[in-house]
Design a protein around this ligand. Sequence first.
Ligand code: MLT
Ligand code: ZN
Length: 478
Amino acid sequence: MPHATPHAAALAEIAAIVGPRGLLTGPEDTAAYVEDWRRLYRGATLGVARPANTADLAAVMRVCHAAGVAVVPQGGNTSMVGGATPSADGQQLIISLSRMQAIRAVDPVDLTLTLEAGATLRAAQDAAAAAGCLLPLSISSEGTAQIGGVLATNAGGNNTVRYGNARDLVLGLEVVLADGQIWNGLRRLRKDNTGYCLRQLFVGAEGTLGIITAAVLKLAPRPREVAVAFCAVASPEAALALFARFQAQDPAAVQAFEYMSGLGTDFVLRHIPGAVLPLAASAAHYVLVELATPRMNAGLRDSLEAVLEAALESGEVLDAAIAESEAQRAAIWRLREEHSEGQKREGASVKNDISVPVSRVPELIRLATAACEALMPGIRAVPFGHMGDGNIHFNLEQPVGMDPAAFLAQDHAIMDTVNAVVRTLDGSFSAEHGVGQLKPYMMPEWRGGAELALMQAIKHALDPAGLLNPGKVLPTAS
Ligand code: MLT
Ligand code: ZN
């Protein structure tokens, strides 16, 4: 019997592969998959395929390849740039990795974790901790974000200052390619000079070159001492000076160094139940510093106090609270981790995930704030983030009382204003969130010429029919 639409036959084949639990097509079943968590993008889909294992995913991809069905890989759907949301035409198939979530092995001697793409980052952290190790990757969405997406977007987060980005933790990968072939590169070797480093092609490619199904990650030794402080600082320059003090004292101990503006912290205090400022008075700038070491009897708490005392004396630090318990440590981290949610509840905001050399962060904060205020009177700059690695989330909150839709309609003008400053400071227009469907239009200006041509050649070599996550990362040919 002939099928009603061109993709109906392919969908029937896919249903036979993944079984009744594995394919969602009803609008109420697919609703959560077609919209991003920021509610910036709403797409439509042929359906959501949820394969139970790599072989089934490969079979699904063989069907899609033969029928010309485009696919959108999706993990925890926490993209900040619409990287996992399908187009509005309803002709793309979402591939959800959420049923492939096994933690396959943790090896405390090799310091490796082997796991499937659908495991959440938190489940991966917990598995490492249960074996006495640390998975040194921490992001605000870690309870929901899945390893496949974390690697496909080369997530960064709070510990990049010490351990690098997701990319730096990947020893091996398994990937399903556009035509359904499986590349099994799940090696757990520290040295392996055998040609091109294919795994790094897929990390950060945002699902445009292949679908990551499993990985081997590097672990670190578990910290034996951890010390956390929340500090009010005099200025962004003072925050940088404080960072330099910690680096000079013991660079190997700085596990996180996060900047927060007074305004962004006020949003958290205002909108997040239970959030409390651990200081007597509010300030215009704050820093969260976390020191950690696997060494025994390292005297980390004393080192933290010594640095803070010197910085208090010099006037860089205005006041500081040191966590005395795990509960206090969690409460301090909450002030930082709830920044995105606080901004969301305050109103509409435009995100700018950007990076500059660490030494230029204070200039970035001052110049970009002034440029945005000149562009739109009343706009509220809310810079915060990973100062220790130069990645600031230079987010802009709508002026009080402005229509949110009218504000969001200005997103390109706002992003371009911030990016003009970023350019003068030798930075990047995307630090850790990726390009997704929000920023491909920036690629020709920032990565044009040989760099973009190389990316397009790689895309063509791995996905000549353009079936993998179309419309993401690379600008579409005009
Ligand atoms: C974070 O570090 O909390 C997120 O990456 C930032 C954001 O919401 O812009
Ligand atoms: Zn971040």
